[in-house]
Design a protein around this ligand. Structure first.
Ligand code: HEM
Length: 416
């Protein structure tokens, strides 16, 4: 194996550890070969990250970069568009995730979390990540599409997980196109088509149900998308939104359980935190979870023109990676330790805390994700004691572009 291939495989297997090793030898910016996006420039300091994220519009573009690291994404979605088209799409979707829409979501999130956690095993070890995935997909499907039937949600989950299959993820490697129908590009096309058929089925089933009895769920995406997008684009946008929303929030929840299982005092404090008006403590804990275990390893931009960054002269087309796990170590004492009160009375600084990215492409669903985390973590803390299944602390593995606990966040629950 060549040295570059070995480095690319190491990043895939042990993403955070291998970034730390590279940083140790190379400092603030270094080149990293990767299997999926090819060679990237990793920017490892808050100052350089700020320079990239807040550069003049159009210099560093995110849409083309997102497509390179997640080639299964369709080309015309809020994640993959750039320039005016991106702004128009973002403008169309933004109202879903603000103010009144969010307030209406909280009781539905609580109801789904209560129903799903009621089926979690008690007194026996289990991996929380797959359960968190299903729960967050139930929430997204109910809020975005208005569907409630677990069977339809399970179908959506199957389509999404096939899309993140490691082989499909290789669709960015142009050399593999020659494999024709067996190529990852063909697998990605099939995956998107299956998902589009699944969405059509789900929407059809929902239309039949709504005719029989009025829906009691939100269907946030329906009216907005119906008003502003052609039908052919609806499935693509949904696919992108669910990919952005689902694995990230599930990873954040799984890490929450993994970390809180080792900090029972904090978990007890969180039981009823919202009722007691202790929202600042809850938010501080969530900020620390997202600092220490950010769900995404890669905020990416592609250079649209030759540019200088720090002391480097970079060519157009360079892919720049800003990894929250490295940036989040700056500006803190004992950055590798979970400190529940770290952000108490002190909002995270947007230069050293960027689990949701930054600049004009900052995560559109950040407020929604934080609402989900607040509601679900409080509910779990109220109902359960969470214990580690064994003494092993879990390492981060890559699933798609998400950093997930390597053993799935194995815990034991006991009723409180
Ligand atoms: C804890 C959960 C989540 C995390 C950590 C997260 C993180 C991120 C990050 C790092 C980006 C890239 C930002 C950049 O390039 O600067 C992003 C983009 C995005 N996220 Fe999230 N996300 C989460 C949940 C969600 C949810 C729940 C939704 C939607 C319901 C969502 C929708 C989006 C969209 C649409 C974009 C693309 C924005 C654009 O390019 O204009 N995310 N997210």
């Amino acid at each position: 194996m060549t040295a570059r291939l070995a480095q690319a495989v190491a990043f895939q297997r042990r993403p955070v550890a291998s970034l730390l090793e590279h940083e140790h030898g190379n400092g603030s910016a270094f080149w990293l070969p990767t299997l999926i996006g090819g060679r990237m420039l990793v920017v490892a300091t808050p100052a350089l990250a700020h320079e990239v994220l807040h550069a003049r519009p159009g210099v560093y573009v995110a849409g083309r970069a997102n497509q390179r690291i997640l080639p299964v994404l369709p080309s015309e979605t809020v994640l993959t568009l750039d320039g005016d088209e991106h702004q128009a799409r973002r403008h169309l979707l933004a109202p879903l995730f603000h103010g009144e829409s969010l307030e209406a979501m909280a009781p539905i999130i609580r109801e789904i979390a209560a129903r799903e956690t009621a089926g979690w095993p008690i007194g026996a070890p289990f991996a929380a990540l797959p359960r968190a995935r299903f729960m967050t997909l139930c929430i997204a499907a109910r809020l975005l599409l208005g569907i409630q039937q677990p069977r339809l949600v399970a179908d959506l989950e199957r389509h999404l997980s096939r899309a993140l299959h490691p082989y499909t993820m290789l669709a960015g490697a142009q050399g593999l196109r020659r494999l024709g129908p067996a190529s990852p590009q063909a697998a990605a096309r099939r995956s998107r088509a299956r998902f589009a058929r699944g969405v059509a089925e789900v929407r059809g089933a929902r239309a039949r149900i709504s005719r029989a009895r009025p829906p009691d769920a939100l269907d946030l995406l329906g009216p907005v998308i119906g008003a502003g997008l052609h039908d052919t684009r609806v499935a693509d946008e949904l696919f992108a939104l669910l990919l952005a929303a689902h694995e990230t929030t599930a990873a954040a929840l799984a890490w929450s359980l993994e970390l809180l299982a080792h900090d029972p005092e904090t978990l007890t404090m969180l039981a009823g935190a919202t009722d007691r008006g202790d929202r600042p403590r809850l938010d501080a804990v969530i900020s620390e979870i997202l600092r220490l275990r950010p769900p995404l390893v890669d905020i990416v931009r592609e250079l649209s023109q030759p540019t200088r960054l720090g002391h480097l002269a970079l060519a157009a087309g360079t892919l720049v990676l800003i990894p929250p796990p490295l940036i989040h170590r700056h500006g803190h004492s004992s950055p590798e330790t979970f400190v529940a009160q770290r952000f108490l009375g002190d909002h995270p600084d947007s230069e050293t805390w960027l689990p949701f990215g930054g600049g004009e492409r900052r995560c559109l669903g950040a407020s929604f994700a934080l609402l989900e985390l607040r509601e679900i973590i409080t509910l779990i803390a109220e109902r359960f004691e969470v214990h580690p299944a064994d003494g092993v602390r879990e390492m981060a593995h890559l699933h798609g572009t998400a950093l997930v606990p390597g053993r799935g966040a194995r815990v034991i629950l006991r009723p409180r």
